[in-house]
Design a protein. Sequence first.
Length: 274
Amino acid sequence: MEQAKKDKLAKVAQNIRRDIITEVYSASSGHPGGSLGTADILAYLYFEEMNVDPKNPKMADRDRFVMSKGHCAPALYAVLAERGYFPVEDLKGFRSIDSHLEGHPDMKKVPGVDMSTGSLGQGVCAAGGMAMAGKLDKKDYRVYAILGDGEIEEGQVWEAAMFAAQYNLDNLTIFVDFNGLQIDGDITKVMNPTPIDKKFEAFGWNVLTCDAHDFDSIEAAVSAAKATKGKPTAIVAKSVKGKGVSFMENQAGWHGKAPNEEEYNQAMKELGAE
């Protein structure tokens, strides 16, 4: 990828991270850790890869995206705002009673949200249905989803995996956000889902890996997924929970906790806010 393009995406991702901190701080609640870890993937998908139109959010031939781990709504709202689906100023109303930006994505209220999510495991099931619909309707749109590594402890994720492989849904690509942590700590000590790659391979998927914070790596994985025929693709994206904020990085305690004023100011300073 050209350096100018990487610089542009890095700026977008930094804006997304600042937006996430703003949302969670404004609401005094939310999930910053996993949200920060997905910022680079979202920046790449929405600003480089996906065929979407903020002026026409329901465009029939648009690519679809599902934030299957719906608690990471701050990241999804941030990228949608940065892309122009609604004003960035709206983010300060996150989780407030009079805002359209609820704690989990609501497709009926938020432009650009393709699926309401929150109950873990259900989003990827819906993404499989969208991909199947695209095949039946002979459309060429693609469907992307992000799952948490803790989320894949849910049994219905594997039902969806069987479904997608059975029907050769090569228009479906999922990212497994592999940061190794969930709300209760180390995923291997809660309900070990590793090795993630071998499991998806056993279910008949094309499996790739990428560095979730390297745009060349993300682009290479997405390109390989698009070139794969006859199989859905799972990209195991090695990420850092809390990426970009030093005291949040690799800390399970920041899975679902809002920063106080001092922490907010430090986080925004580290993220280059003026």
